[in-house]
Design a protein around this ligand. Sequence first.
Ligand code: CS2
Ligand code: MN
Length: 362
Amino acid sequence: MRMVFRWYGEGNDTVTLKQIRQIPGVEGIVWALHDLPPGEVWPLERILELKRQAEAYGLHIEVVESVNVHEDIKLGLPSREKYIENYKRTIANLGQAGVKVICYNFMPVFDWIRTDLFKELEDGSTALFYESAKVDGMDPMELVRLIAENPEFTMPGWEPERLSRLTELFEAYRGVTEEHLWENLRYFLEQIIPVAEANGIRMAIHPDDPPWPVFGLPRLMHNRDHLARLLSLVDSPANGITLCSGALGASRDNDVAAMVREFADRIPFAHIRNVRVYDNGDFIETSHRARDGSVDICDVVKAYHENGFTGYARPDHGRHIWDEKCRPGYGLYDRALGIMYLWGIWDSLEREKRRREETAAC
Ligand code: CS2
Ligand code: MN
């Protein structure tokens, strides 16, 4: 397991590279050129500049999250050709700089969705929260109207200044079914996977968060069958998964450890975090500790260990603790604690394995 830590860049993150290098066992950053809109080519010079910055602190830049996919590609519009060409050029530039894994997602319109970014937990810390009644079964146009009239109903991603763009996108997705989206994903992968292969890069799709369709938009990547189907679209080690235990774990129907066991060789990147799921479908992000949430993190790490996992892992999100002011979900303290918990499990499994091997050798 090769531990990495997401960093949003100089001036764009409260956490510094100096702090990241002091977290035990962290060897690299997970990064992106966040100022570039989806669809643009990432210039080699910008990539190399970032690389110099990270390397000055002994950190590598082998994992990128995300190179976002332009909506025209997901929609299957004729203009996708240009954006796919750009995506290929970005892959080639990243490969040239030594990048090994590109995380991306294929979720229409929204990436992750939460209703509250700072919901208080019992211990006074705060964390990202999803209130199911606010989203599930909600007609998006109704929501647009509601927010336009009552800005206090705004949710993350639904800020009033984004509303007209959102309306336009919802219109564009009208009539786009899940099967259309699968076809568009296949078309995209058939073109980019050979380029990834040629550049020594493994593509790793991030599952839907939350793991179900929202606002009537099709979503493809939220259960075991979806992951299996993704892998069969293009059968290459370069077509892989970012297995996010937090995203998938928000559905009680998903057995994350079982997915690790089944798909281990196609998971170049692990997101390991916990989430507490309530009976009414709400969920909140918790500490990484297995007993604090609904995902058996011990078993998830064990599943990676059993399979000799040598891919990259990050603690994904954390709570906001000790009065830290940070990006929602991306503070230093709780993610660092999470890393130490993951290493604790990993190292004890390693020791046990060595002991077993020694006994067998006697
Ligand atoms: C993730 C996603 O860590 C996160 O915030 O859950 O936002 C993830 O980075 C993207 O879906 C990857 O494309
Ligand atoms: Mn994730």
